[in-house]
Design a protein around this ligand. Sequence first.
Ligand SMILES: O=c1ccn([C@H]2C[C@H](O)[C@@H](COP(=O)(O)OP(=O)(O)OP(=O)(O)O)O2)c(=O)[nH]1
Ligand SMILES: [Mg+2]
Length: 171
Amino acid sequence: MSRAPVDVLLRRLDPDVPVPAYGHPGDAGTDLVTTEAAELGPGERAVLPTGIAVALPDGYAAFVHPRSGLAARCGVALVNAPGTVDAGYRGEIKVIVVNLDPRESVRFERFDRIAQLVVQQVEKVRFHEVAELPGSARAGGGFGSTGGHAAMDGPAGGHEYASVASDREGQ
Ligand SMILES: O=c1ccn([C@H]2C[C@H](O)[C@@H](COP(=O)(O)OP(=O)(O)OP(=O)(O)O)O2)c(=O)[nH]1
Ligand SMILES: [Mg+2]
């Protein structure tokens, strides 16, 4: 059984901007549009306005995620993915897009969908400083400790480019 939706107050800063809505039942994110047209050359970035502001309930945050279609088709990413919208933030939600395509420009028209907003519950923590942390199976292992990429193993790996080969070999 699905839980009841969480009520979020929303202000439209542009009278014509659509209220974000889920595309399908079960979707995690609601699409965000840009209210300004923009053209980004290869490697260029821009902070685009979405025309909406929200008041999230305490204990929640919203995360600005990329759209996979834009990423796959045009090489558009979010510089700070995922962007974090704090519960206390009342300003306009903005999206920091970057065109990662090395050759092609990308153009956004007003009301093009540029990102998606995922609202989640977030925990508040209290930090307790200690001299030693409890042990664990992973301990300090990370950054490829379970089977690194050839490029991370240095010249002895035989490649000067990033490769996923050594991960594949482990399968
Ligand atoms: O993609 C994003 C990320 C952030 N924000 C807004 C909401 C968020 O609550 C506020 C601050 O974001 P963040 O804490 O990531 O930025 P900061 O550089 O640490 O700014 P600040 O010093 O204001 O916290 O900016 C957006 O509109 N879009
Ligand atoms: Mg901050």
